[in-house]
Write a protein that binds this ligand. Structure first.
Ligand code: HEC
Ligand code: HEC
Ligand code: HEC
Ligand code: HEC
Length: 482
C-alpha cells in the first residue's frame, strides 16, 4: 500500500468520518426495504470501532483491522490498479481497449465488479466510496442491516441464520470464505456468491489481464495479506490441510458452475468453447515439426486416442483440480468417490467435442458440482477431526502414488506438485518445532521443491522425469512419521 496516491484523501476523510462517529459504532439506518446498501469501508473506521492504530489485547477482536487492511492488504489498492497514476492506468485502459471497452477501465463494470464493490446507485449509502476498492463489505457482506447491531452485546448471542438474514457473511466458515475469495479470484458469472456477475475468461487473458493462480492456502496464509483477525484459539496444527482441502474442492465446484454458465450462456460475453477451461499449455507451446521422434504430447495423444479417451491433437479440459480432489474425496467422502469419478470421466469425454455437446456439458458440470456438496458439507464448519495427521500423510501417499498425474498435462502436474508442497509443509511444521522455510538439511523438502520447479518451465516439462520424481517422493512419504 506504500505510495498509494489516494491514501491522503482517504485518510482525511477517515478522520472526518471517525470524528462523526462517536461511540457507539452504530451509524446504519435501515433501508426502507429490499436489498441492503453498502455503507462503505469508511463506516468501519470509527475511533471506537476498527481503526485503532495499535492492536488491542483486552477485546475479543483486535480493533485495528482498518489499519491492517489499509496498509498490509492488497485489497484497498484494487481500484487503483484501474485508476492509478501513469503506467498503471495506461495498462488497465489497454486491457480495457483490447476488450472493446470505450472510456476508462475504472468506469467499466467489467473491471469494477472484481476491483471494487460495484452495485447500483440504490445500494450505495452516501458514505459509500468506490475508490476504497475491495472494502470490508466485499468479504463481510453489505452492512446496512448489521452495522448497528453487530457492535451491540446481543450480537454474540445471535444465531447464524439471524446474522445471515442481515446479509452478514460468516467468513469464519472456511467454505463460505473460499467461495467469497474465489468469486473474484476465479470468477462467478452467475453472481450467486458475491455482489455482481464476475466474469473471468480467455478474452480477458488475451487482452493482457494476468492469470488468476489462486490457491486458498497460499493466498490466505501467504505474506501478501496480513491477517487482521485472530486465528481461532482451538486452531490445530492441521488447519493447513483443511484450508488446502477446502480451497481445492471449492475451486473445482466453482469452476464447474462457471463452465456450466459459459456452455449455455456464452453468447452475451464470451466464446464457446471457452479456452480458459482447457490446459493453457496444450495450445500455448512451441511446436517442433523437425523431430523424427514423437513428442510427449504426441505419445500421450496416441495413448488417449487408442483407449478411446479423447482425440489426439485437441486441447484437454484442464483437469488439474479434479485430478487432485479425487484423492481427497476418496479419503473423506468415499461414498461419493466412485460416482464422482464416473461423472468426471464422462465429462472429460464430452469436452472432447465441446460445441456439439453444450447442453450435456452444462448438465454434467452441474452434477459434478452437486456431488461436491457432500464433500463441502464435511469440510464446512471446521470439524478438525476429518483431516488430521493421519489424513495428511495418507493424502501425500495417495497423490504421490498416482501415476496418472504425470500423464494429464503440465497444469495437472503442477497442481499435484503444489498440493504436495502445501501438505508436506503442514506436515513438517506440525511434526517439527522449527519452521520449514530455508531448511536445506531437509532432503524431502528439497525433493518437493524440485518437483514444483520441474513444472515451472512449460517447454522443459518432462512427464517421464516427473513420474520418476513422484515415485521417489512416494517412497520418502512412506517413512513419514515412522
Ligand atoms: C473476475 C474478477 C476480475 C475481473 C473481471 C477483472 N479483474 Fe483485474 N484482477 C483480478 C484479480 C483477482 C487480480 C490479482 C491477481 C493476482 O495477483 O493473483 C487482478 C489483477 C489485475 C491487474 C494487475 C495488477 C498488478 O499489480 O499486476 C490489472 C492491471 C487488472 N487486474 C486490470 C483489470 C481490468 C482493466 C479489468 C477489466 C477489463 C479487470 N482487471 C477485470 C480480478 C479481476
Ligand atoms: C478479502 C476479504 C476481507 C476483507 C476485504 C476484510 N476482511 Fe475482515 N476478515 C476476513 C477473514 C477471512 C476473516 C477471518 C474469519 C473471521 O474471523 O470471521 C476476517 C475477520 C475479521 C474480523 C474478526 C476478527 C476475529 O478475530 O474474530 C473483523 C473484526 C474484521 N474482519 C473486520 C474487517 C474490517 C473492519 C475490514 C475493512 C477495513 C475487513 N475486515 C475487510 C476477510 C476480509
Ligand atoms: C471483490 C473481489 C475480491 C474478493 C472478494 C477477494 N479478492 Fe483478493 N484480490 C482482488 C483483486 C482485484 C486483487 C488485485 C489487487 C492488486 O493487485 O492490487 C486481489 C489481490 C489479492 C492478493 C494479492 C495477490 C498478489 O499476488 O499480489 C491476495 C493474497 C488476495 N487477493 C487474497 C484474497 C483472499 C484470501 C480472499 C478471501 C478471504 C480474497 N482475496 C477476496 C479481489 C478480491
Ligand atoms: C484452444 C487453444 C487455447 C487455449 C486452451 C488457451 N489459449 Fe490463450 N490464446 C489462444 C489464442 C488462439 C490466442 C490469440 C493469439 C493472439 O492474440 O495472437 C491466445 C492468446 C492468449 C494470450 C495473449 C497473447 C499472449 O501470448 O500474451 C494470453 C496471455 C493467453 N492466451 C493466456 C492463456 C491462458 C492463461 C490459458 C489457460 C487458462 C490459455 N491462454 C488457454 C489459444 C488458447
Amino acid at each position: 500500500m506504500a505510495g498509494l496516491p489516494i491514501s491522503k484523501t482517504v485518510v482525511s476523510r477517515l478522520v472526518a468520518c471517525a470524528a462523526a462517529l462517536v461511540s457507539p459504532c452504530a451509524l446504519a439506518q435501515t433501508a426502507p426495504s429490499g436489498q441492503p446498501r453498502f455503507m462503505g469501508a469508511g463506516s468501519c473506521s470509527g475511533t471506537a470501532c476498527h481503526a485503532f492504530t495499535e492492536r488491542k489485547s483486552t477485546t475479543k477482536i483486535q480493533q485495528n483491522e482498518w489499519y491492517t487492511w489499509l496498509h498490509d492488504d492488497p485489497h484497498p489498492g484494487s481500484y487503483m490498479k484501474l485508476k492509478g497514476p501513469g503506467l498503471q492506468q495506461m495498462r488497465a485502459n489497454q486491457i480495457g481497449a483490447n476488450l472493446g471497452i470505450t472510456g476508462d477501465a475504472a468506469d467499466s463494470p467489467r473491471c469494477l465488479v472484481c476491483h471494487a464493490i460495484d452495485v447500483p446507485e440504490s445500494r450505495r449509502a452516501p458514505s459509500f466510496e468506490v475508490s476504497l476498492g475491495v472494502g470490508c463489505e466485499a468479504c463481510h457482506g453489505a452492512s446496512d442491516y448489521w452495522l448497528a447491531p453487530h457492535s451491540a452485546p446481543d450480537w454474540a448471542k445471535a444465531s447464524e441464520s439471524e446474522k445471515k438474514d442481515k446479509a452478514w457473511v460468516n467468513m469464519e466458515d472456511l467454505v463460505v470464505r473460499a467461495e467469497r475469495c474465489l468469486s473474484c479470484h476465479l470468477g462467478d458469472p452467475t453472481g450467486e456468491v458475491g455482489d455482481g456477475k464476475r466474469v473471468f475468461d480467455h478474452d480477458l487473458l488475451g487482452a493482457g489481464h494476468p492469470d488468476l493462480p489462486f490457491e486458498l492456502e497460499r493466498y490466505l496464509n501467504g505474506r501478501t495479506m496480513k491477517h487482521h483477525w485472530l486465528d481461532p484459539k482451538d486452531q490445530d496444527a492441521w488447519f493447513g490441510t483443511r484450508t488446502w482441502a477446502v480451497g481445492e474442492v471449492v475451486a473445482l465446484d466453482m469452476q464447474m458452475k462457471q463452465l456450466a454458465e459459459q456452455a449455455t450462456h456464452a453468447e452475451g460475453w464470451g466464446a464457446w468453447p471457452e479456452f480458459s477451461n482447457f490446459d493453457c499449455y496444450d495450445c500455448h507451446h512451441i511446436v517442433n515439426f523437425e523431430k523424427n521422434t514423437p513428442t510427449w504430447r504426441q505419445e500421450q495423444g496416441t495413448a488417449a486416442a487408442t483407449s478411446g479417451k479423447r482425440t489426439a491433437g485437441r486441447p484437454r479440459w484442464n483437469a488439474s483440480r479434479s485430478a487432485v480432489v479425487r484423492h481427497l474425496v476418496e479419503r473423506i467422502a468415499p461414498n461419493v468417490a466412485s460416482s464422482l469419478a464416473t461423472e468426471i470421466a464422462g465429462f472429460q469425454k464430452l469436452m472432447d467435442r465441446p460445441s456439439s455437446n453444450r447442453e450435456a456439458i452444462a448438465e454434467s458440470a452441474k452434477r459434478i458440482a452437486r456431488l461436491l456438496d457432500d464433500v463441502k458439507g464435511k469440510l464446512s464448519g471446521g470439524d478438525s477431526s476429518v483431516l488430521d495427521e493421519q489424513a495428511t500423510r495418507d493424502l501425500l501417499l495417495r497423490i504421490s502414488g498416482d501415476t496418472q498425474l504425470s500423464q494429464s498435462g503440465v497444469q495437472t502436474a503442477k497442481q499435484a506438485a503444489l498440493s504436495i508442497e502445501s501438505l508436506y509443509s503442514t506436515f513438517w511444521t506440525a511434526t517439527h518445532s522449527v519452521q520449514v522455510s530455508g531448511d536445506s538439511t531437509n532432503d524431502v523438502r528439497q525433493q518437493v521443491n524440485q518437483l514444483v520447479d520441474s513444472t515451472n518451465n512449460v517447454e522443459l516439462f518432462n512427464p517421464k522425469a516427473f513420474a520418476r520424481a513422484l515415485a521417489e517422493l512416494h517412497q520418502a512419504f512412506e517413512k513419514l512419521g515412522k
